[in-house]
Design a protein around this ligand. Sequence first.
Ligand code: UTP
Length: 290
Amino acid sequence: MRVRKAVIPAAGLGTRFLPATKALAKEMFPIIDKPTIQFIVEEAKKSGIEDILVVTGKGKRPIEDHFDSVPELEQNLKEKGKNDLLKLVQQTTDINLYFIRQSHPRGLGDAVLMAKDFVGNEPFVVMLGDDLMRDKVPLTKQLINRYDQTHASTLAVMRVPHDQVYKYGVIDPGTEVSQGLYDVKKFVEKPAVDKAPSDLAIIGRYLLTPEIFDMLETQKPGAGHEIQLTDAIDRLNKIQRVFAHEFKGERFDVGYKFGFLKTSIQFGLDHPEVKDDLKNYIKELAKTLK
Ligand code: UTP
């Protein structure tokens, strides 16, 4: 069956960005001029996804507004002949987006469970807004290509420095069944550094079969007293094969302050409007640093 649905969980509290996230969803924070969630939606579109469900919570209305049309603004830009800007504004409306609310942020697993009716009996992808990916083929498309061969759930993983593994879901890899595709013995959410089975960490893209919902419905809270998607995937792995696909492209974690800042600089250095000024600024700044 073709993979055509995506779920973007965006109902977390974003505590690492307080106080900014008191009233504004972190998914709306822009990298230069584009909210982070728009990068995710664009990756989905480029990967052939047709329908997207965004799981939202309190204070997330601006996400809905961002992907809606704004007739007054569009009319104004048209009258002033600002066609480039008009195109940018209209670009955000040409995909089927649906929204559902998770009234209590009980964890990522619970947020994904909210998508059960939307997904139905199809394979689907989960895309986390904290991770922006760059590669020739979008990571979501890479996972879909794997699924087309294996018809099994496949998670994206990446090697991270060993002292960082406690922040991630980590896999215990089995055999490498084909280049960069691993059988998985076990999935562990946020392991202690000395107990981590490997340095292969789950990054924010998952291709899942609908049987994951049976696991989520009975999933007990795990690390951080939250209903963890990783724990449900570990149980799924006991009844059907789950693979891990190693991502070799670039990953930008915008879910914490320094990561967000680094991403802004990296993307700024590629942004046609600001790249030259930014480069000069960094060069001058570097001279003043010890
Ligand atoms: P995080 O663990 O990054 O939590 O969630 P968070 O709330 O977004 O941010 P911090 O850690 O408090 O700063 C991972 C992903 O799961 C979603 C989040 O929106 C994020 O995309 N999530 C998490 C939910 O949708 N619901 C939840 O109950 C928990």
